[in-house]
Ligand binder design. Structure first.
Ligand code: NCD
Length: 299
């Protein structure tokens, strides 16, 4: 049984296989020739935290392949509101479905769920921990532009302390190393030490990195992780990407963001051909999640 709780749960070979499958899903979807290969399978999408893209794309992925879903978004209407434990909820949906996608505010929740589950568990974000499927769709997007990562510079910008997408992505770069990684954040939101290698560059000055960057990965300051509003307010507008910022970025670079954005990227940037967050990342999320579900159900 295959759980995907953290990036470490997928090997380099499996990732290459998933990407080949995702490209295939993309072609079949474009030609409208997808088979209903997951017919009869049911996925529980159990989301204890807000989500639009991840929730929507897992459900769309399942349905595109002919499968069914039990969508549970928000705990107000589930038995969790009555005090049910995560383990009991997971044990229940293990009996009602063939896999569970879980988003939960607590780091480590997906690992607890995997232990309690008799079906595969996919982590769709566990607090400030990881978000492995986002990292996979991010790498898939990067690889579409740069087949060989060994000569590109990737700059991660924003809330590197609490942003789980960058925690997973940075670990994924351990398997697919770029030439250079630059970590740009306010001092209070630096990447956790345990994830930083000596070869990575850390700074609080975005300007220092722009000229050499091939992939500019921008993140939202994770308001919901702050204990008091004043410390959020102090860092919330640290970086704001505008047309003017892009003048310093290579014409061949790409601008990414896992979304939702708050104020990190001005709307005027969306029309720039380098901005791939709306044009590519969201659709790639669908293809990669189709590939992941197909792999989990048919391996
Ligand atoms: C991210 C998340 O939930 O971690 N969203 C997503 O799944 N694309 C990023 C965020 O909330 O800032």
């Amino acid at each position: 049984m295959k759980h995907i709780v953290r990036i470490g749960d997928v090997s380099k070979g499996e990732i290459e296989q998933l990407f080949t499958s995702a490209r295939n899903m993309r072609d079949l979807l474009a030609k409208n020739t997808l088979s209903r290969r997951l017919e009869g399978k049911i996925l529980t999408a159990l989301f204890y935290e807000p989500s639009s893209r991840t929730f929507g794309s897992f459900i769309a992925a399942m349905q595109r392949l002919g499968g069914g879903v039990i969508p549970i978004q928000g705990v107000a209407y589930s038995s969790v509101a009555k005090g049910e434990t995560l383990e009991d909820t997971i044990a229940t949906f293990s009996k009602l479905s063939d896999a569970i996608v879980l988003r939960h505010p607590q780091e480590g929740a997906a690992a607890i769920a995997a232990k309690a589950s008799s079906v595969p568990v996919i982590n769709a974000g566990d607090g400030v921990g990881e978000h492995p499927t986002q990292a996979l769709l991010d790498l898939f997007t990067i690889r579409d532009h740069f087949e060989d990562l060994s000569n590109i510079t990737v700059t991660l910008v924003g809330d590197l302390l609490y942003g789980r997408t960058v925690h997973s992505l940075l670990q994924l770069f351990g398997l697919f190393p770029p030439k250079k990684i630059i970590l740009v954040s306010p001092d209070a939101l630096r990447m956790p030490e345990s994830l930083v290698a000596p070869t990575m560059h850390q700074t609080n000055q975005l300007d220092e990195a722009l000229g050499e960057t091939d992939v500019l990965y921008v993140t939202r300051v994770q308001k919901e992780r702050f204990e008091d509003p004043a410390s959020y307010d102090a860092v919330k507008d640290s970086f704001h990407i505008t047309k003017e910022t892009l003048e310093k970025v290579k014409p061949t670079a790409i601008i990414m963001h896992p979304f939702p954005r708050v104020n990190e990227i001005a709307l005027e940037v969306d029309a720039d051909s380098r901005a791939v967050y709306l044009r590519e990342q969201i659709a790639n999320g669908l293809y990669v999640r189709m590939a992941i579900l197909d792999y989990i159900f048919t391996q």
